[in-house]
Ligand binder design. Structure first.
Ligand SMILES: *Cc1c(COP(=O)(O)O)cnc(C)c1O
Length: 392
């Protein structure tokens, strides 16, 4: 055999040497507040399962019932084989939940971005994009072939400067994450919406980490700021707080109609499966019935953050239940995470290039799935390891 794939082996060896090779844990249990890894039960602070819906009994039951009625697979893309009433119902209910004119679902949040951005702008157009936007936004921007102008993170003055400085354009689009997942900070969407209005630019927000978390009962960032009708496109995910898998775009009817005609992952990739759609529909039911899970998520997040600060940890600038525990250098963060694992707590170390050099951290994902005892146990483990490693 020739050596035509040798370069990949070299690249992988390089990653391993630099400590950047992803080692993925195998979970032998449902994704929940606790998970089983290598035969041990650990407290889980890694998942985006904010509301504990990933293993909720009502979602399990709704899924089984739907499979008996509709089977499993969607058969083909929706424009060719037709669309199931289940998906239409999910979209109708999501639009109602989010108080938007309309909603369309995709296979994931990632594909929702790949569908939406190239459907709205193309060659000769300009996108103003927060410098810390998610990889799926960056890829959607590249696919669109529009010019991308990055503005400083959450900096509305810089956004304005960049808009003023960009005089050649066809159509224009502003895109920001709603919640930035590595720091837990929230985009100043009210101020960005003012700028979008002033310059008459289409505004899109990707609310993946705000969906089911921010706003009244988890209705998202638009609800959080009371911006109903002022944000043209809201991208979201059903894979995080909703506990399942899928993406959504809600907003103006005309944009949703356009995505059914021109969103490439809608036209060329099959729909969410029946179990996905049925489980998401049950998530919407649960969220519409009560704010209990969202309230518990915030109570857990706030308690964890406050007690970590009392212990002397630096928890950065979070405004959400995401709590970054700032440690500095990547080897320390990795060691901290390994020690926590031994102490029964699964919490991920995050380093360069996901966050800047020297800003390595443990990212703690709080969840309504955690009990008061769980939090107590996690805080004890953080205190022990923090003292042992000289962090506090
Ligand atoms: C997680 C995430 C996505 C991707 O969502 P999936 O449904 O997992 O594909 C997209 N955008 C942002 C901002 C995210 O955090």
């Amino acid at each position: 055999m020739s050596n035509r794939t040798d370069w990949i082996e070299k690249e992988i060896a390089g990653l391993k040497e630099a400590g950047l090779f992803n080692v993925i844990r195998t979970i032998d249990s449902p994704m929940d507040g606790h998970v089983t890894i290598d035969g041990r039960s650990l407290l889980n602070f890694c998942a985006n399962n904010y509301l504990g819906l990933a293993n909720h009994p009502r979602l399990r039951a709704a899924t089984k019932k739907a499979v008996d009625q509709y089977g499993v697979g969607p058969g083909a893309v929706r424009t060719i084989a037709g669309t199931m009433s289940l998906h239409i119902e999910l979209e109708r209910r999501l639009a109602e939940f989010k108080q938007a004119e309309a909603c369309i679902t995709f296979q994931s949040g990632f594909t929702a971005n790949l569908a939406t951005i190239p459907a709205l702008v193309g060659k000769g157009d300009v996108i103003f994009s927060d410098e810390l936007n998610h990889a799926s936004i960056i890829d959607g921007c590249r696919l669109s072939r529009a010019k991308v102008v990055r503005y400083a993170h959450n900096d509305v003055d810089d956004l304005r400067r960049q808009i003023e400085a960009t005089t050649e354009y066809g159509r224009r689009l502003i895109i920001t994450d709603g919640v930035f997942s590595m720091d837990g900070d929230i985009a100043p969407l009210d101020k960005i919406a003012d700028i979008a209005n002033e310059y008459d630019i289409v505004l899109m927000v990707d609310d993946a980490h705000g969906e089911g978390v921010l706003g009244n009962g988890g209705r998202g960032i638009v609800d959080h700021f009371g911006l109903h009708g002022r944000v043209d496109v809201e991208v979201g995910t059903l894979s995080k707080a909703f506990g399942v898998m899928g993406g959504l775009v809600s907003g103006k009817q005309v944009i949703v109609d356009w995505l059914r005609q021109r969103g490439r992952p809608f036209l060329f990739s099959s729909a969410m499966t029946v179990p996905d759609a049925a489980a998401c529909l049950e998530s919407v039911n649960i969220l519409q019935e009560s704010t209990e899970l969202v309230d518990k998520l915030w109570a857990n997040g706030n308690r964890f953050k406050k007690e970590m600060q009392n212990l002397g940890f630096d928890t950065g600038f979070t405004q959400t239940p995401i709590v970054p525990v700032m440690l500095g250098e990547a080897p320390l963060a990795q060691k901290f995470s390994r020690r926590l694992f031994e102490e029964g707590v699964f919490a991920m170390a995050i380093g360069f290039p996901t966050v800047p050099r020297g800003k390595a951290r443990i990212r703690v994902m709080n969840s309504a799935a955690h009990s008061a005892d769980d939090l107590e146990q996690a805080l004890d483990a953080f205190a022990r390891v923090g003292k042992e490693l000289g962090v506090i």
